[in-house]
Ligand binder design. Structure first.
Ligand SMILES: NC(=O)c1ccc[n+]([C@@H]2O[C@H](COP(=O)([O-])OP(=O)(O)OC[C@H]3O[C@@H](n4cnc5c(N)ncnc54)[C@H](OP(=O)(O)O)[C@@H]3O)[C@@H](O)[C@H]2O)c1
Length: 234
């Protein structure tokens, strides 16, 4: 039977690219959005703010009713709210943790029981190289992305016996609106730290997700796959 994949934050950027790649690879793909649905008739659009357990639960209900059990979960939605730590408000910190890390808990909590019944599941968190290296001005974001590693590894251990894997992809800088928001000076500084001397294209992150979702990755769990042009060298 055709497997169902659910990609969050899939109306643009990396998430849209992941959703389109998984569709090309033959999955039924639910693509979540908050405001504007993805402009792609091949994806099943589902409204979901990942900071709300109610919306997460409703999104899964809708996907299950229309496509079937989600066997591939890609937690991609994420935000930044950069500032140097002395100027970072507690809301800046907790909002980023909520959207980037607690969302992973919410999504997995809803996804896991049907995956256990299915005796198959792939959970893929989109983290960031800065979760490993740290980044001035991004204490909130880096902490949230590092937290995904502990979350994935705990899930990997808790559900390995049910044939459910959990892994993390750690991209370096990728050409999306997240990068567009930076100043020219910030972009140049980031670029200077990339040994391969360029930003990634979203489809290069999607390729790593496609591999982790595939049967070829059945023996890989609890790991971090860097797609970072050499920034982290981890
Ligand atoms: N771009 C990079 O350089 C880079 C590097 C490393 C890691 N990443 C990670 O890759 C992921 C995607 O990044 P991107 O560059 O594609 O970002 P992007 O272009 O800014 O898109 C972010 C996506 O997340 C969604 N989103 C944000 N908050 C949400 C919420 N509360 N509930 C549901 N959806 C929400 C957005 O939906 P709306 O359109 O509705 O806002 C959008 O679809 C993020 O987790 C990011 O941290 C990005």
């Amino acid at each position: 039977m055709t497997k169902v994949a659910f990609v969050t934050g899939a109306n643009r950027g990396i998430g849209l690219s992941i959703a389109q790649r998984l569709k090309e690879d033959g999955y039924l793909v639910a693509a979540s959005y908050r405001s504007t649905p993805p402009d792609d008739p091949n994806l099943f659009p589902v409204k979901c703010d990942v900071t709300s357990q109610t919306e997460v639960d409703e999104a899964f209900n809708e996907i299950e009713a229309n496509l079937g059990t989600v066997e591939i979960l890609v937690a991609n939605a994420g935000i930044t709210r950069d500032n140097l730590l002395p100027r970072m408000t507690e809301d800046d910190f907790t909002d980023v943790l909520n959207a980037n890390l607690t969302s992973g808990y919410r999504l997995t909590k809803r996804a896991i029981k049907p995956m256990m019944k299915q005796k198959h599941g792939r959970i893929i968190f989109i983290s960031s190289v800065v979760g490993i290296t740290g980044q001035a001005g991004q204490a909130n974001y880096a902490a949230s992305k590092a937290g995904l590693v502990g979350l994935a590894r705990s899930i990997a251990k808790e559900f390995a016996s049910r044939n459910i894997t959990a892994n993390v992809i750690a991209p370096g800088p990728v050409n999306t609106s997240m990068i567009d928001e930076l100043t020219e000076q910030q972009r140049e500084k980031i670029l200077a730290a990339v040994p391969l001397g360029r930003f990634a294209e979203p489809k290069e992150i999607a390729a790593a997700v496609a591999f982790l979702a595939s049967d070829n990755a059945g023996f890989i769990t609890g790991t971090i796959i860097p797609v970072d042009g050499g920034v982290g060298m981890s």
